[in-house]
Design a protein around this ligand. Structure first.
Ligand SMILES: NC(=O)c1ccc[n+]([C@@H]2O[C@H](COP(=O)([O-])OP(=O)(O)OC[C@H]3O[C@@H](n4cnc5c(N)ncnc54)[C@H](OP(=O)(O)O)[C@@H]3O)[C@@H](O)[C@H]2O)c1
Length: 288
């Protein structure tokens, strides 16, 4: 039986991917790579086997990848030395004789001007150099990235950002998860997949949708990138993270997360989840 291992399994994308994968392959072939007892127990309750592994502990990765055929490497959420973490996972997979690895990158990674794209471009280069058969899941933005500021906007009447009039082809995290599950099952080996939502929106469109949802005016306030970064620091984010997020928002104003390829919907066999419905579903209870 071909075995399928998903790293970052405890995370939001990982959990959704495993749920979809379990409908596409024999659930007994799925291995969730986790770091905590709590995550291991959650998967055990679902009948999914787990192994332990940390991107910062090469020995744990070597043991985790032993006998595994296909791996989904979900990019780390720990930003410090992220490339080294990913390299350790790729090297361990290669050494263990893994046959295929899919990596969750970012839209047009090598040319994407966002600061956070640099780690993805470096990881992609390492993966190419490794000679390991692979697929690049170049994920665009999650619609969910906007839910925090949208919820604040419902309360305050102002939606803050730095993306100006840029169009954002975000997609639901669950749609990217379904795509990842399809790729891990097989049939797309060797592909470079630029993945994004079928529809796009501007921040003004999002403010307008929130206005409809709230039944009161919500205005988009476009801030200079530095002011947005400062606001994020004041809201409690560490400065390096605030800089990266403000940069990402400003670059999305230049089209860094816009795409019209519709590769994602073709891959998952249905239109991507409309952004308006996701936002309405996520935020409607707050209106009660
Ligand atoms: N496209 C987008 O809009 C977007 C937005 C946000 C993030 N991302 C990227 O996409 C990834 C997946 O998104 P998500 O929403 O699932 O993020 P998430 O919920 O924060 O999950 C991150 C996962 O990475 C794991 N992880 C972190 N450090 C690790 C390490 N040293 N070794 C092994 N595993 C480690 C976490 O494990 P623990 O539970 O053990 O901590 C968790 O399972 C993120 O990590 C980030 O790189 C993309």
């Amino acid at each position: 039986m071909t075995t399928h291992l998903v790293t970052g399994a405890s995370g939001q994308l990982g959990q959704l991917t495993i749920a979809h994968l379990a409908t596409l392959v024999d659930p007994a072939s799925i291995i969730a790579l986790v770091r905590s007892d709590e995550a291991a127990a959650r998967f055990a309750a679902q009948g999914i086997q787990t192994r332990r592994g940390d991107y910062k502990d090469s020995a744990s990765l070597a043991a985790a990848f032993a006998g595994v055929d296909r791996v989904l490497l979900i990019s780390s959420s720990e930003m410090e030395n992220r490339v080294a973490q990913h390299q350790a996972a790729i090297d361990a997979a290669k050494a263990a004789g893994v046959a295929f690895l899919a990596y969750t990158s970012v839209l047009r990674a090598p040319e994407n001007p966002m600061i956070l794209a640099r780690d993805h471009a470096a990881t992609e280069a390492h993966l190419r150099a490794s000679g390991l058969p692979h697929t690049l899941l170049r994920n665009g933005w999650y619609i969910e990235n906007y839910l925090g500021s949208a919820a604040q906007a419902l309360a305050s009447g102002q939606l803050f950002g730095a993306a100006g009039t840029g169009r954002i082809a975000a997609a639901a995290r669950d749609d990217y998860a379904l795509a990842a599950a399809h790729v891990l099952r097989g049939g797309h080996d060797g592909a470079v997949l630029e993945l994004a939502g079928d529809d796009s929106f501007t921040m003004a469109d999002l403010a307008s949708a929130l206005t409809d949802l709230a039944g009161k005016p919500i205005a988009f306030v476009n801030l200079p990138e530095a002011a947005l970064a400062q606001g994020l620091v004041q809201a409690g984010l560490p400065e390096p993270m605030a800089t990266i997020l403000a940069d990402a928002d400003a670059r999305s104003g230049d089209g860094a997360v816009f795409d019209q390829s519709r590769i994602l919907s073709r891959l998952i066999g249905r239109p991507t989840t409309p952004w308006r419905s996701l936002v309405a579903k996520a935020l409607a209870p707050q209106q009660a």
